[in-house]
Design a binder for this molecule. Structure first.
Ligand code: BG6
Length: 468
């Protein structure tokens, strides 16, 4: 079988601590904002953790990591993306010293990955700001968060630097515009948050990302640090130049984050957006210097594309990923309204490669669907041909992009084992190759079962994409 995927291509899966670890108060972990988000971004946060919040238990990876990593190894994973729960390491975010039990947990996870020869890919901050940082500082609106994040990262680099090469600073850093609480730990309700505060928070995250990139390079020579962007290509709804311009403006809202991470300075179009919004950022000379510490690679999530139009009469917002956007009349959608567009992935890969000339890493892609557990020959499984079709079509486009000359480091499917959804906090929105017996009402044995896609992915990896 011929393949276009290079030798050493990093095949694997991706997760986030708050969506699958559970053990929300075990071994000294402090609360994170997610412990108060029982409905994801579809409802305001609760005052206290409530049992209806599925993330408190997640899929109990905290206690079952060895079994789960063995299953990933059985599929042949080359890499595994996971995040470190900030509040496991610094329970309040602003503590002077870290929580040893939290650190020891990730030692154990890394031991297990090493045992199976799986390369770790670590997200430092994935939508799980320590609650105290949200309550006391209003999250990233406060410049002091930069220092807390640096202290936290330094501890991670000291402890795990000798065994983790690939690091991502902030998950979907551009999502803060649409989900300021989830992505920025900002408690001010979105409708009340001023642009001044929002963009200052963004600036703080960008400076923190750059400072930590420099620290990683100093402390861990040979380490590779990436930014992580929510990619959602925006097509003009019609060939009307005004629609094309509208689509470009939407794209620029996302490009800005990659441009700053890759070029080390604010692009002109972004400064214009700020000017026109009456935003005057506090940017120190030191900030400008710090921003020059650019990333080694660009990682991104890709689920769907959207359309844009300048005509207000046609501008309806569809369902879909955190950012939403206008539905494309030519595409079908998942049960949650996320439009399926495999070619869009090839477009993103070409676009980002041409723009930044940095290796790209697809660190999230997948189909959220309702699965039915069935029994065949005494074995419980899920016949998830729809998931196989989705992933296959997307991977074929990755292969095309590689032939277009794009440098792709690897591909990690989102939620390689079923976990709790970020946007809706449901368990029934499943992405995994491994079914986890847990329901939206919290019932279930937490048993794991291999789905049909498990064997399919195993074959894809074994043939380095040749079976696609
Ligand atoms: C990305 C996030 O936006 O999409 C993940 O980085 C999230 O945390 C994933 O889970 C899928 O979204 P959802 O809402 O279906 O879980």
């Amino acid at each position: 079988m011929t393949t276009t995927f290079n030798e050493g291509f990093l095949w694997g899966g991706a997760t986030a601590a708050n969506q699958f670890e559970g053990a929300y108060d075990q071994d000294g972990k402090g609360l994170s904002i997610q412990d108060l988000m029982p409905r994801g971004i579809s409802a305001p946060p609760s005052e206290e953790p409530t049992p209806e919040n599925l993330k408190l238990v997640g899929i109990d990876f905290y206690n079952r990591y060895a079994e789960d990593i063995a299953l990933f190894a059985e599929m042949g994973f080359k890499t595994f993306r996971f995040s470190i729960a900030w509040s496991r390491i610094f329970p309040n975010g602003d503590d002077e010293s870290p929580n040893e039990e939290g650190l020891a947990f990730y030692d154990r996870v890394l031991d297990e990955l090493e045992k199976h020869g799986i390369e770790p890919l670590v997200t430092i901050s994935h939508y799980e700001t320590p609650l105290n940082l949200a309550r006391t500082y209003n999250g990233w609106t406060d410049r002091r968060l930069i220092g807390f994040y640096e202290r936290y990262s330094k501890v991670l680099f000291e402890r795990y630097g000798h065994r983790v090469k690939y690091w991502l600073t902030f998950n979907e850093i551009n999502a803060i515009i649409h989900a300021p609480l989830m992505a920025g730990g900002i408690l001010t309700p979105k409708e009340e948050l001023s642009k001044q505060e929002l963009y200052q928070a963004i600036h703080h995250e960008l400076v923190a990302s750059a400072r930590v990139t420099r620290m990683a390079h100093e402390m861990m020579p040979g380490s590779q640090v990436g930014c992580m962007i929510l990619a959602m290509p925006t097509y003009p709804l019609t060939p009307d130049p005004q629609d094309v311009l509208e689509a470009l403006h939407t794209e620029q809202g996302n490009y800005a984050f990659g441009d700053i991470h890759c070029r080390g300075q604010y692009p002109g179009y972004f400064l214009r957006t700020l000017r026109e919004a009456g935003v005057e950022l506090e940017i120190t000379d030191q900030d400008r210097e710090d921003l020059k510490n650019t990333v080694d690679f660009v990682s991104f999530s890709y689920y769907m594309s959207v359309c844009a139009t300048a005509d207000p009469a046609k501008n309806v917002k569809g369902e879909g990923n955190i950012m939403g956007g206008m539905p494309n009349p030519t595409l079908e959608a998942s049960e949650w309204g996320w439009q399926i567009d495999p070619v869009g992935l090839r477009i993103v890969l070409n676009d980002y490669w041409d723009r930044w000339q940095k290796p790209l890493f697809i660190v999230e892609n997948g189909l959220g669907a309702k699965d039915q557990l069935v029994e065949a020959d005494g074995v419980k499984t899920v016949e998830d041909d729809y998931r196989i079709a989705y992933l296959d079509k997307h991977l074929v486009q990755v292969g095309e992009a590689i032939q277009d000359g794009v440098d792709v480091l690897g591909y990690t499917t989102w939620g390689c084992i079923d976990l709790v959804s970020a946007s809706t906090a449901q368990m029934s929105k499943r992405y995994g190759f491994i079914y986890v017996d847990r329901n939206d009402d919290g019932t279930g044995s937490l048993e794991r079962y291999r789905k049909k896609s498990f064997d399919w992915y195993k074959e894809v990896i074994a043939t380095n994409g040749g079976s696609l």
